[in-house]
Design a protein around this ligand. Structure first.
Ligand code: S3P
Length: 169
Protein backbone atom coordinates (compact mmCIF):
# COMPACT_ATOMS: atom_id res chain seq x y z
CA UNK A 1 0.00 0.00 0.00
CA UNK A 2 1.54 3.26 -1.12
CA UNK A 3 1.83 6.24 1.20
CA UNK A 4 -0.49 9.22 0.85
CA UNK A 5 1.30 12.52 0.32
CA UNK A 6 -0.24 15.89 1.04
CA UNK A 7 1.22 18.88 -0.77
CA UNK A 8 0.26 22.54 -0.97
CA UNK A 9 1.32 25.98 0.16
CA UNK A 10 2.11 27.01 3.73
CA UNK A 11 -1.14 27.34 5.65
CA UNK A 12 -3.01 24.85 3.46
CA UNK A 13 -3.65 22.61 6.49
CA UNK A 14 -1.43 19.71 5.41
CA UNK A 15 -0.43 18.75 8.97
CA UNK A 16 -3.90 19.15 10.51
CA UNK A 17 -5.62 17.30 7.68
CA UNK A 18 -2.81 14.75 7.48
CA UNK A 19 -3.14 13.82 11.15
CA UNK A 20 -6.91 13.43 10.91
CA UNK A 21 -6.72 11.55 7.62
CA UNK A 22 -4.15 9.15 9.07
CA UNK A 23 -6.41 8.49 12.08
CA UNK A 24 -9.40 7.92 9.77
CA UNK A 25 -7.47 5.46 7.58
CA UNK A 26 -5.65 3.85 10.55
CA UNK A 27 -2.26 4.67 9.08
CA UNK A 28 0.78 6.27 10.73
CA UNK A 29 1.38 9.98 10.13
CA UNK A 30 4.64 11.71 9.18
CA UNK A 31 5.14 15.45 9.23
CA UNK A 32 8.09 15.90 6.88
CA UNK A 33 9.17 19.18 8.53
CA UNK A 34 9.28 17.46 11.94
CA UNK A 35 11.19 14.54 10.45
CA UNK A 36 13.76 16.98 9.05
CA UNK A 37 13.99 18.82 12.39
CA UNK A 38 14.82 15.60 14.20
CA UNK A 39 17.43 14.70 11.53
CA UNK A 40 19.15 18.11 11.67
CA UNK A 41 18.73 18.53 15.42
CA UNK A 42 17.27 22.05 15.31
CA UNK A 43 14.24 23.99 14.18
CA UNK A 44 13.78 24.75 10.48
CA UNK A 45 14.05 28.49 11.19
CA UNK A 46 17.38 27.98 12.99
CA UNK A 47 18.62 25.78 10.12
CA UNK A 48 17.66 28.40 7.51
CA UNK A 49 19.69 30.92 9.53
CA UNK A 50 22.75 28.80 10.19
CA UNK A 51 23.00 26.54 7.10
CA UNK A 52 20.83 28.36 4.53
CA UNK A 53 17.85 27.36 2.40
CA UNK A 54 19.87 25.16 0.00
CA UNK A 55 20.99 22.92 2.88
CA UNK A 56 17.39 22.68 4.08
CA UNK A 57 16.22 21.71 0.57
CA UNK A 58 18.84 18.95 0.46
CA UNK A 59 17.64 17.56 3.81
CA UNK A 60 14.06 17.86 2.54
CA UNK A 61 14.78 15.72 -0.55
CA UNK A 62 16.42 13.04 1.60
CA UNK A 63 13.44 13.03 3.98
CA UNK A 64 10.99 12.82 1.05
CA UNK A 65 12.80 9.86 -0.50
CA UNK A 66 12.69 8.07 2.87
CA UNK A 67 9.02 8.89 3.49
CA UNK A 68 8.02 7.60 0.04
CA UNK A 69 9.05 4.05 0.93
CA UNK A 70 6.31 3.55 3.55
CA UNK A 71 2.51 3.52 3.74
CA UNK A 72 2.14 6.57 5.99
CA UNK A 73 0.12 9.71 5.43
CA UNK A 74 2.84 12.32 4.83
CA UNK A 75 2.44 16.09 5.16
CA UNK A 76 5.12 17.71 2.97
CA UNK A 77 6.53 21.21 3.42
CA UNK A 78 5.12 23.86 1.09
CA UNK A 79 8.35 24.11 -0.90
CA UNK A 80 8.56 20.41 -1.77
CA UNK A 81 7.67 21.11 -5.42
CA UNK A 82 10.54 23.57 -5.96
CA UNK A 83 13.20 21.00 -6.85
CA UNK A 84 12.92 19.03 -10.08
CA UNK A 85 14.23 15.95 -8.25
CA UNK A 86 11.34 16.13 -5.76
CA UNK A 87 8.81 16.75 -8.52
CA UNK A 88 9.92 13.65 -10.32
CA UNK A 89 9.70 11.59 -7.08
CA UNK A 90 6.15 12.92 -6.61
CA UNK A 91 5.18 12.31 -10.27
CA UNK A 92 6.09 8.66 -9.92
CA UNK A 93 3.99 8.26 -6.80
CA UNK A 94 0.35 7.13 -7.11
CA UNK A 95 -1.22 9.13 -4.27
CA UNK A 96 -0.26 12.78 -4.12
CA UNK A 97 -3.02 15.11 -2.92
CA UNK A 98 -2.88 18.87 -3.41
CA UNK A 99 -4.66 20.87 -0.73
CA UNK A 100 -5.41 24.20 -2.30
CA UNK A 101 -6.92 27.31 -0.78
CA UNK A 102 -7.68 30.89 -1.58
CA UNK A 103 -4.48 33.06 -1.24
CA UNK A 104 -6.10 35.37 1.33
CA UNK A 105 -7.08 32.43 3.48
CA UNK A 106 -3.58 30.95 3.20
CA UNK A 107 -2.12 34.28 4.31
CA UNK A 108 -4.53 34.54 7.26
CA UNK A 109 -3.66 31.03 8.40
CA UNK A 110 0.09 31.74 8.15
CA UNK A 111 -0.25 34.98 10.15
CA UNK A 112 -2.46 33.39 12.80
CA UNK A 113 -0.22 30.32 13.27
CA UNK A 114 1.60 30.82 16.57
CA UNK A 115 3.29 27.41 16.51
CA UNK A 116 4.92 27.04 13.07
CA UNK A 117 7.73 29.48 12.38
CA UNK A 118 8.08 29.95 8.63
CA UNK A 119 11.31 31.66 7.60
CA UNK A 120 10.05 32.37 4.07
CA UNK A 121 6.69 33.83 5.10
CA UNK A 122 6.93 35.33 8.58
CA UNK A 123 7.14 39.12 8.46
CA UNK A 124 5.95 39.17 4.83
CA UNK A 125 2.97 41.16 3.57
CA UNK A 126 -0.02 39.50 1.89
CA UNK A 127 1.22 40.55 -1.55
CA UNK A 128 4.76 39.28 -0.86
CA UNK A 129 3.34 35.92 0.16
CA UNK A 130 1.22 35.91 -3.00
CA UNK A 131 4.40 36.42 -5.04
CA UNK A 132 5.93 33.31 -3.46
CA UNK A 133 2.71 31.36 -4.05
CA UNK A 134 2.08 32.31 -7.70
CA UNK A 135 4.93 30.45 -9.45
CA UNK A 136 4.31 27.39 -7.30
CA UNK A 137 0.65 26.95 -8.29
CA UNK A 138 1.27 25.05 -11.56
CA UNK A 139 3.90 22.91 -9.82
CA UNK A 140 1.43 21.73 -7.17
CA UNK A 141 -1.16 21.04 -9.86
CA UNK A 142 1.22 19.03 -12.01
CA UNK A 143 2.52 16.95 -9.10
CA UNK A 144 -0.88 15.91 -7.72
CA UNK A 145 -3.36 13.26 -8.85
CA UNK A 146 -6.11 14.61 -6.57
CA UNK A 147 -6.84 18.28 -5.86
CA UNK A 148 -9.03 19.36 -2.97
CA UNK A 149 -10.11 22.94 -2.41
CA UNK A 150 -10.06 23.58 1.35
CA UNK A 151 -11.26 27.20 1.25
CA UNK A 152 -13.90 27.77 3.91
CA UNK A 153 -14.16 24.07 4.76
CA UNK A 154 -13.78 22.42 8.17
CA UNK A 155 -11.07 19.73 8.49
CA UNK A 156 -13.65 16.96 9.00
CA UNK A 157 -15.33 17.81 5.67
CA UNK A 158 -11.96 17.90 3.89
CA UNK A 159 -10.96 14.51 5.33
CA UNK A 160 -14.31 13.01 4.25
CA UNK A 161 -13.82 14.39 0.74
CA UNK A 162 -10.30 12.93 0.51
CA UNK A 163 -11.44 9.51 1.73
CA UNK A 164 -14.22 9.49 -0.89
CA UNK A 165 -11.86 10.56 -3.67
CA UNK A 166 -9.30 7.90 -2.67
CA UNK A 167 -12.00 5.23 -2.73
CA UNK A 168 -12.84 6.15 -6.34
CA UNK A 169 -9.24 5.89 -7.50
C1 S3P B 1 8.34 26.07 3.31
C2 S3P B 1 7.26 25.56 4.00
C3 S3P B 1 7.36 25.06 5.39
C4 S3P B 1 8.78 24.57 5.69
C5 S3P B 1 9.79 25.62 5.32
C6 S3P B 1 9.73 26.07 3.86
C7 S3P B 1 8.13 26.60 1.93
O1 S3P B 1 6.42 24.01 5.60
O2 S3P B 1 9.05 23.38 4.99
O3 S3P B 1 9.58 26.72 6.19
O4 S3P B 1 9.10 26.85 1.21
O5 S3P B 1 6.94 26.77 1.54
P1 S3P B 1 4.83 24.25 5.75
O6 S3P B 1 4.24 24.27 4.38
O7 S3P B 1 4.38 23.05 6.53
O8 S3P B 1 4.63 25.52 6.49
Amino acid sequence: MAGILLIGFMGAGKSTIGRQLAAELARPFIDLDQMIESEIGMSISAYFETAGEAAFRKAETQALAKALTGDEVVACGGGIVLKEQNRSLLKNHPTVIYLKADPDQLYQRIVQDQINKRPLADDKTASEVREILQPRLPLYEEAAVIQVDTTGKEPVAIVTEIVERLAKQ
